[in-house]
Design a protein around this ligand. Structure first.
Ligand code: ZN
Length: 130
């Protein structure tokens, strides 16, 4: 299924674990994999801690220090930093499904990663039995 999302900040992580879990529930799949795919070049997806929101704030902060918005880049659109960050996070994540549940660790959440917002975005969730 395709999900539409409106990001509200230039750079932000939005937790989408609930959407993936809901998609899994609706699928009735007990064992398999969930694939989350982001079809953008300046946004990505990653899995990391959700319990302490400072973790994702720190990730954004360190990425921004390492790849500043106004760095020395050649890409004329002026958003090279966002392309680089998106590639580092990646455009897809896979989570194993066992007994009808996502096999995420206790503190893991799935995050849509915006690096060139705010924008209208989308991501795909595919539940595959196997
Ligand atoms: Zn660009």
């Amino acid at each position: 299924m395709i999900y539409k999302i409106q990001t509200t900040k230039p750079q932000q992580f939005i937790e989408i674990t609930d959407k993936v879990a809901e998609e899994l529930k609706n699928s009735n799949v007990r064992d398999g994999i969930a694939v989350i795919f982001v079809p953008h070049t300046t946004a990505g997806v990653t899995i990391n801690e959700y319990a302490d929101p400072d973790v994702v704030r720190d990730i954004i902060s360190v990425l921004d220090k390492t790849f500043p918005v106004h760095g020395e880049y050649r890409h004329l659109e002026g958003n090279s930093h966002a392309h680089i960050k998106a590639s580092l996070m990646g455009s897809s994540c896979t989570v194993i499904i066992q007994d009808g549940k996502l096999c995420l660790g206790t503190w893991q959440g799935i995050y849509f990663c915006e690096f060139d917002g705010p924008r209208k975005r989308k991501f795909y969730v595919k539940i595959i039995a196997g």
